[in-house]
Design a protein around this ligand. Sequence first.
Ligand code: NAD
Length: 254
Amino acid sequence: MTARHTGRVVLITGAAHGIGAATAAAVVREGGSVVLGDLDVPAAQTRAGELGERALALPLDVAVAASWDACVAAALNRFGRIDGLVNNAGIATGHNLVETDADEMVRVLTVNTIGPFLGIKAVLGTMRAGGHGSIVNISSCAGLGGLRSNVAYSTSKYAIRGLTQTLVHELGGYGIRVNSVFPGYVDTPLSRPDWVEQSEAGQQPANVALGRTGHPRELAEVISFLLSEEASYCTGSEFVADGGLMSVVPPRDL
Ligand SMILES: NC(=O)c1ccc[n+]([C@@H]2O[C@H](COP(=O)([O-])OP(=O)(O)OC[C@H]3O[C@@H](n4cnc5c(N)ncnc54)[C@H](O)[C@@H]3O)[C@@H](O)[C@H]2O)c1
C-alpha cells in the first residue's frame, strides 16, 4: 500500500518545535517531503537532519512577506511543488487587557494572523497551477472561547477561524481545501516555559475530560489527515482536538 503522502510536499511553519515538528515527522513517515520553515534555523536544521533527505529546513519569519517569498522559492527550487501548507507558527504572551499594550497586540496578531494570511498568498500561485492543495490553519481552543489573561492570543486565534472560513469559497474553485484545527492543552514549549521533551504527556489540567494534556503527535495525526486525500471532501471544517476541554462546563464556584 502506498503511504498517503507519497510524492507530496508540505510546507510547515514553526516546524522546529512542538506540534510543527511532530507534523513534519508524521508527513515524512507517510512518504511525503517537508519544508520546515522557522525563525529558529538551527533547531529546524536538527529536525530536518533527523528526518532525512525528504526534509529541508529553511529560515522563515511568517510575519514578513519577503521571507515567505524566499522560502517558497527555495522550496520549489528543491522539490518543484507544494501540495500542502500548515500555518502552525504561533506565539503567546499571556497578558490580560491592562498588561497588553498596542505594540504587543500588533506583534501577536502579526505572527499569528497576518503570518498565515501571507503564507496562503505566497503558495497560492503554485497550488493554483497544480490544481489542488490543502491548507491547514492552526487556531486554538482560545479561538473558540476567550482565554483568560491572553487577550492578544485569543483575538489572533479567533481571526484565524475567520480567515479560514472566508477563503473556503474563494479557493475551493481551484481545488484548494482550507481547514482549521483547534488544539486544547498540548505539551510543548509554548504551553509550558519549563517544558522538557517527554515520551507521554504528563500534566493533568482541570476541565480536560481525558484527564491529561495532549502530545504533539496527537495533533500531528489530525493535521496529517487533513493534508491527505483521505480528507478530499473536507474544506471549511473545524477540527477540535482538546481531550474534551471545550465540552466541560466548570462547576460553579459557590
Ligand atoms: N501547545 C498548546 O497547548 C497549543 C494549544 C492551542 C494552540 N496551539 C497552537 O499550535 C501552534 C504550535 O504551537 P506549539 O505549542 O507547537 O508551539 P512551540 O512554541 O512549541 O512552537 C512554535 C514554533 O513557531 C516558531 N515561530 C515563532 N514565531 C515565528 C515566526 N515569526 N516565524 C516562523 N516561526 C516562528 C518557533 O520558533 C517554534 O519553533 C501555534 O499556532 C499555537 O498557537 C498550541
